[in-house]
Design a binder for this molecule. Sequence first.
Ligand SMILES: [Zn+2]
Length: 312
Amino acid sequence: MPLRCIGPDGQSIQSFDLPEAEWSALGQENRRSRQLRMPCCDASVVMKVSTRGLKFFAHKSRGPCQSAPETEAHLALKTLAAQAARRAGWTCSTEASGSSPTGETWTADVLAHKGEAKVAIEIQWSPQTNEESLYRQERYRQSGVRCLWLLRRSGFPVSQDFPAARVSGDPAMGFQAHLGGQVMPLDEFLDAVFAKRFRYEIPVGAKAIVRIHGWRTFFRGEVTRDIRYIDVCVGPHRIQLTVPRLETFPDLLASCKEHIPKAIGIGLNKPRYKLHNDEDTLTEFQITITERWEKAIKTTASIYGWGVFAFE
Ligand SMILES: [Zn+2]
């Protein structure tokens, strides 16, 4: 179910660009003169509206066309992706064809471009083997196109060369993007993609929250608080750094201590006999990921995958 058809002058017409009055005028004209053509096979077009009110173009009769039928979810997701590209100031088209330098052709669900940059968004609602996904991704790469995948199923090959999010939901309830621990409305995710805030691993410059955890220890009638570990929360990741680890980054440890309110008597985690203790969040504060923080994080955890980040 394409969102695009070809007008009488060979121009692309996108269904979501047409206000109600223009849509019905175009429909009347098309019923009279059959001037609209399908982008896939040049067949005549009938203009339709889905049960959820999404406008699309369909084959008047399918004939020998091999283009796969699409679900309403696919139609809705293409619309959301195209609209997000437009919001970000990209020129975009749905069901857009191109070819690789070796002459292999492809059709992208959504193809956006801005200056020299080209981005495809592929919606994969039906199962597709990893081999097929990687083959199609490589074909886009050779064609100079970055491709983002919106996949219904988890278990896809996460890598720097395969930017992807799992998508849940339906046209009635709305869609959500899932990135490891992050879940957000699809609109919000797509806006982050076009704002270049969808990034691999942990980008330097990202905003993070540091949470300092300690033990509250009651010992011989006195209460002390010891740093046990800190959490760095950035994008979809939560990385735990223990005190022994932090001691190899004394500058970072010192900057953490500076944030602990003076009223809290604080020591490092020294082994001692504890009569009673509770875990306690001593304080939290915002940082920007510097190369030092990146290094400290990489010594303790292997972080991979794609996430949405906030920047200064
Ligand atoms: Zn067709």
